[in-house]
Design a protein around this ligand. Sequence first.
Ligand code: ZN
Length: 490
Amino acid sequence: MKRKHINRKTLLKALPVAALAAVALPVMGKTLRFRPAKPSPVSPAPVTVDRERAVENLAAMIRCKTVSSLDESRIDWTEFERFEALLKERYPLVHATARKEKVGRTGLLYCVKGASSTAPTVLMSHYDVVPAEEENWTRPPFGGLVEDGCLWGRGTLDTKVTLMGILEALETLLAEGYRPRQDLYLAFSGQEEIAGEDCPAMVALLRERGISPALVLDEGGAVVEQVFPGVTQECALIGVAEKGSANIRLSLASSGGHASTPPPVSTLGRLSRALVAIEENPFPRQMTAPVREMLDTLGRHSTPLYRMIFANQQLFAPLLDLYCRRTGGELNAMLRTTVAPTRFEGSRAYNVMPPAASFGVNVRLLGEDTVESVVDDLKRIVDDEEIVIEPVEGSNPSNPSPASRTDSEGYRKLTEAIRQTWPEALVSPYLMMAGSDSRHYCAISDSVYRFSAMRLSKEERAMIHGNDERVPVETLVTVVAFYQRLLRLV
Ligand SMILES: [Zn+2]
């Protein structure tokens, strides 16, 4: 037998190939195994929706101008009272069955006793709306008009539609003799848009009574398309956590002076350097559970290239990070605490050096970061002891709720109702960028979820807080159907 002779040259040539194979093979292996689990079969529970009644009731809600404002003199309280009275008139069975409490000026807390009180459910919504610039609307924002298959008006999407959906579903089920398995709470606030006190007050009341909900559902994600790279199917996104938000002020005093004899470095110059330092030192990447779970869920349904990246997150993380730092945007915001400079104040006159100057940033906090830790980090980055850095207001990121059917009964029931209503949609957890009132419930519940039970196009998402907000009649009917299915499960 001829002895195989390997010379040095061949070995040197083979080395890079072997090294590449050593990396590529596990990557390929992981990618091939990174497949979606086979979905369990779903059998939608039958629902009865009184379309006309649902449309009429939502239209009547829209006609109440429940516009909230930080300036209390601008709030028309009679509209809020009218709204409350409307609910009583339109949903007689709910009001005959549930115990209703008024909490604060606008909080409406209903409780329907279930067969058990061990694992209660809270369905949240809010009935205040942001103002509408009437002149920019093609239909009156508070007219409750139905045209072109849509109900038009401020608050149709955000979020009187879910409030209507909850009450319509419950009214219908009660007529059929429904009783929830567990205590059911409906918690509606009229101060969400101004982050008012009524929602936290309702949470405090529940806490006082020792109530720890097994499921809290508030507005948030939706059934959406084209939101994840390489995934063409529609996705039902459940917000399992939300980022925190803080306004932070950076200010510097000076002796002022005349513009004809400026110092070598001005107050505005020093503050500008601080701002540049902040932009050049983005907060470090954090892979939080909600984002990891979303990549793990939706990544499996993506195209081969993306599947390779998401299957080998650890390996590709630095590359992904570099890309995100360059592009900014939503993906970047999912991976780190972001800082957006929003205001810069100096002198009012061209020829006067400001005696004090400042700038403000809006920080969206992720994961481990807190308002306090972010202020410390900014001090370190700015590295100028004379610049005072202080939080004006802020809230920390919410605790993430479990995104698994085995870890949370509430999540299981929610996904079940979603799959019954949108059988084709991929259900996935996600991290919510915006804030909602639901974060207050993290103090009394481990299962707080944010899902607006609607299919929303990109165009419709842009109508929220915008002009010509409207909801297709088909969509509002589906909202009622979803809540009927969910109520049968809780
Ligand atoms: Zn809202």
